[in-house]
Design a protein around this ligand. Structure first.
Ligand code: PGA
Length: 259
């Protein structure tokens, strides 16, 4: 059974005051979430305040990025040890904004994944095609390349600790989400790949999230797809009531479990 996972990516939003208020509201709205696991990823500077608010809460803390080295002359970077020290349990890696705006490469993302796990945290490896790549029929080729490179050299135990997120670039922040059918097609493909690079069991247990214009009114239709194991939420995670609704609508419903 794959417990649905809902992650809020606050991106570069959140002064101390705003982060405190948002984290408190999410915490209070999800005191005992049933059938869903919830994570919020504030910007680096808001991690301490969010960690304080979420101490002992059902909502876990994640970061949006990290460097792969332990320490040293890497001006402007943050190491996995620094994040682990603050109580982060998750780190988003390879988000499309990191890949496209900051030119992160697959190789760097792969090094980050290994580093995150060395510090006991879990990576959320994001993959996704641009609009142009989809138009050219390259969706599967692109996500396959990103997945294989991102997981390269990791042991099956490490892959089992990763979460994947399919985030089509054309759906991020645009208000145009992939349809449940479009997303499910890619999720099925990714699961098949995990079976190939890992094992059938691994493919059945790994969670694959969808991200890109997830809102309270489309979360349920998306997460009802058997291969969609939760959502990665950007813009809509900045409003606590909407994010809480998304988490509740993504929860596993009674009935046949996702196996
Ligand atoms: P969005 O962003 O929900 O604002 O489209 C998703 C993401 O970037 O993870």
């Amino acid at each position: 059974m794959r417990t649905p996972l809902v992650i809020g990516n606050w991106k570069m939003n959140g002064t101390q005051a705003m982060a405190r208020e948002l984290a408190q509201a999410v915490r209070d709205g999800l005191k005992r979430p049933r059938g869903v696991e919830v994570v919020v990823c504030p910007p680096f500077t808001a991690l301490p305040v969010a960690a304080e608010v979420l101490k002992g809460a059902a909502v876990a803390l994640g970061a949006q990025n990290c460097h792969w080295e332990e320490q040293g002359a890497f001006t402007g970077e943050v190491s996995p040890a620094m994040l682990a020290e603050l109580g982060c349990r998750w780190v988003l890696l390879g988000h499309s904004e990191r890949r496209h705006v900051f030119r992160e490469t697959d190789e760097e993302i792969n090094r980050k994944a290994a580093a995150v796990m060395r510090h006991g945290m879990r990576p959320v490896l994001c993959v996704g095609e641009t609009e142009e790549e989809r138009r050219q029929g390259l969706t599967f080729t692109v996500v396959e390349g990103q997945l294989r490179a991102g997981l390269a050299g990791l042991s099956p135990e490490d892959v089992a600790r990763c979460v994947l997120a399919y985030e089509p670039v054309w759906a991020i922040g645009t208000g145009v989400n992939a349809t449940p059918g479009q997303a499910a097609e890619v999720h099925g493909y990714l699961r098949g790949l995990v079976s190939e690079v890992g094992s059938k069991e691994l493919a059945q247990s790994i969670r694959i999230l969808y991200g890109g214009s997830v809102k309270p009114d489309n979360a349920q239709a998306l997460t009802q797809e058997p291969d969609i194991d939760g959502v990665l939420v950007g813009g809509a995670s900045l409003q606590a009531p909407g994010f809480i609704t998304i988490a509740k609508k993504s929860a596993a419903r009674s009935g046949p479990s996702k196996e």
